[in-house]
Design a protein around this ligand. Structure first.
Ligand SMILES: Cc1ncc(COP(=O)(O)O)c(C=O)c1O
Length: 503
């Protein structure tokens, strides 16, 4: 492939993406393949001779695309959105084209410095505490990580190291770090994301998932009681990870109660706002910020709700020295003469796990400029508006109940009565592949999550989803009614309802 071929290939690829996104509603959101489908179609070794890009692009459409779940389809209502935008897609392409790797500042000064700047733009846009800004004289700052999982793991490791220093002073006779780690404990809520439990497993520190109130929010009294119990038992809480926008129902922990308790007990206070953090930019959601001023660190995914394609997680530290002191491994080949001389040239490798850094700031910069603050706010408000429309459909239909009030772009609902009905609905929907929802369970209540997702969803998409849900529900309820009638008719004939064939 030469430069001319590359130009043609690249343009064809952009055309391919434009066609894909523009016509995405025509595809079933879920694929019709079974495990191993790709193995049966692709050779088991790399080709010896270079192949023409035209053939490869054709194979993409005919072999790979049929095996995709279409996250950018507005008929995708599972998980949380993985939003993208034209600016972000081009930013990703440009970053790949420039091909820089930011080991340190001198490895590509623009890679580091653009990250410093966009992280400050974001912190201001989201109304975060000033101490998170790179531009202030304090020790705080922001960095782009891959995912919420990685950010939370880093926060846990930094908190563990900070606590280790403290415990070494408290227990001068204990030499073994492992023994001191054995005294540590992590707190989060029973509603928190699975990645928090994983951070505990990876760091070797047990996680206690604390009970939430009826709003599924972790409250101060619960945390206080747990701390008192654990201290009495010789345990040392190192970090409390609160969530704004939990995965199951988009509930919010009560930061304003949790924060002061963490400060009082010298516990690292981390906030996971992976999805909901984007809403901090809306004045009407100002209440979500209450208590944020106690945070030692915070993460939110631009790749969820802020139209920057995966992966892109923003993370801020109140005191970057906590991580730098934990992760700084020096080598002569990583040094450069401007190291640590100004706020604008941080050595980001010491704030995170990998050494090599992608130029993610480029896609963020282009996304923020191509959408503008107003465009982002409008986009998030539209998601909230669409969720409210769906919620109204549910509330106005006596066959259904909502589980919680809709929260941002998420509505949680079920068919009234037995959980079996809702499970059957999900099975039918997934078999038909017109729309994609997933299930969740909170306090033994089984329900479905309807999340607004996809590339530029609109009101017609919600009407389409509702029609599909309503129609499938009618079929299920009619079937149940017929089975019941048959049962009445054959009075003494006992039919195991579960064995009745569903359609
Ligand atoms: C609240 C919350 N935290 C963390 C995560 C994990 O995000 P990531 O895939 O970026 O690790 C999710 C994923 O949906 C989430 O909803």
């Amino acid at each position: 492939m030469d430069f001319n071929d590359f130009r043609e290939f690249g343009k064809a690829a952009v055309d391919f993406i434009a066609d894909y996104l523009q016509n995405i509603r025509e595809r079933d959101v879920l694929p019709s393949v079974t495990p191993g489908f790709l193995h049966n179609q692709l050779p088991s070794e790399i080709p010896n001779k270079a192949e023409n890009w035209n053939i490869i692009l054709n194979d993409l459409e005919s072999i790979i695309v049929p095996g995709l779940t279409h996250w950018q389809s507005p008929n995708f209502h599972a998980y949380y959105p993985a939003e993208t935008s034209f600016g972000s897609i081009v930013g990703e392409l440009l970053s790949a084209g420039l091909g820089v790797v930011g080991f340190n500042w001198i490895c590509s000064p623009a890679c580091t410095e653009l990250e410093v700047i966009v992280m400050d733009w974001l912190a201001k846009f989201l109304n975060l505490p000033d101490y998170f800004l790179n531009e202030t004289n304090g020790p705080g700052g922001g960095i782009i990580q891959s995912t919420a999982s990685e950010s939370i793991f880093v926060a846990v490791l930094a908190a563990r190291n900070k606590a280790l220093k403290f415990l070494k002073l408290k227990y001068p006779n204990i030499d073994s770090n492992a023994e001191l780690y054995g005294k540590m404990i992590i707190y989060s809520s029973e509603q928190s994301n699975s990645c928090i439990e994983k951070a505990g497993l990876l760091s070797g520190i047990p996680v206690k998932l604390l009970k939430t109130d009826e709003m599924l929010s972790l409250r101060g009294d619960t945390l206080k009681e747990q701390i008192n119990n654990d201290l009495k038992n010789g345990l040392h809480p190192i970090i409390c990870i609160a969530t704004i926008g939990t995965t199951a129902t988009c509930a919010h922990d009560t930061l304003i109660e949790l924060g002061p308790i963490c400060v009082e007990n010298n516990i690292w206070f981390h906030i996971d706002a992976a999805y909901a953090g984007a809403a901090f930019c809306l004045p009407e959601y100002k209440h979500l910020l209450s208590g944020l001023e106690y945070a030692d660190s915070l993460n939110f995914n631009l790749h969820k709700f802020m139209r920057t394609n995966f992966d892109c997680c923003a993370m801020w530290y109140k005191d970057t020295n906590d991580v730098i002191n934990s992760f700084n491994v020096d080598r002569i080949y990583l040094r450069n003469k401007y190291e640590n001389q100004t706020k604008w040239a941080p050595e980001y490798r010491n704030w995170e796990i990998p050494l090599g850094r992608r130029f993610r700031a480029l896609k963020v910069w282009i996304t923020l400029r191509t959408l503008g603050g107003d465009g982002i706010r409008e986009f998030i408000r539209n998601h909230i508006h669409l969720a409210k429309i769906f919620e109204k459909f549910i509330e106005n239909d006596s066959r259904f109940e909502t589980i919680t009030k809709s929260s941002l772009g998420l509505v949680c609902f079920k068919i009234k009565g037995s959980n079996e009905l809702t499970k059957r609905l999900l099975e039918n929907l997934q078999e038909r592949k017109k729309i994609y929802l997933i299930e969740a369970k909170v306090n033994d209540k089984y329900f479905l999550r309807f999340s607004i997702c996809g590339f530029e969803p609109n009101e017609s998409d919600i009407a389409y989803a509702w029609e599909e849900i309503s129609e499938q529900t009618s079929k299920i309820l009619n079937h149940v009614e017929n089975v019941n009638k048959d049962e009445d008719f054959a009075e003494n004939l006992i039919i195991d309802k579960k064995s009745v064939a569903w359609f």
